[in-house]
Write a new protein. Structure first.
Length: 156
């Protein structure tokens, strides 16, 4: 049977290299900020939006009292609104803001020989008919390629 020796100094240096990598620290910060953002949105929904909706509803009482039998519709609607706001904020930040920043900061070289694959977003050759990364067929390129080829096989 083989014995495994763990040297404390070597183990500690490997752990430091793992724990203090930039990606791991970025992930930790993102989780903490995301958690705080989630708590903020949950408070907004629970303490401001849903009570405001309760004033508009014909029944008296709070949204937590909205029931269909034993099913707590009001609490579910509050959580659904909470999720919707978080998803919308993430969409705006990730898709719209980062997409706009990427377009503004990327070099727009009119003589570029590359393009972005619409399926996996990898940079590929401008002449590519199939993406080498995700192997998707590029529709507009395929159609343009087929237009150049003869359609009929009748040749005299």
């Amino acid at each position: 049977m083989k014995h495994i020796h763990i040297r404390p100094g070597h183990f500690w240096s490997e752990f430091k290299a793992f724990a203090f990598k930039g990606n791991l620290l970025n992930l930790a910060v993102a989780i903490v900020i995301g958690n705080a953002f989630g708590a903020l949105v949950a408070s907004l929904v629970k303490n401001i939006l849903m009570p405001t909706i309760s004033y508009v509803m014909p029944n008296s009482g709070t949204y937590r009292e909205w029931h269909i039998g034993k099913v707590e519709i009001g609490a579910f609607l509050g959580e659904m609104l909470n999720f919707t706001i978080i998803a919308m904020a993430l969409f705006v930040i990730v898709v719209k803001l980062f997409g706009t920043m990427q377009r503004l900061l990327s070099p727009n070289d009119p003589g570029s020989t590359t393009k972005e694959c619409p399926f996996c977003f990898s940079v590929i050759s401008e002449k590519a008919i199939r993406c080498p990364q995700c192997t998707s067929r590029l529709a507009e390129e395929r159609d343009a390629h087929h237009d150049r080829e003869p359609v009929s096989s009748d040749s005299a």
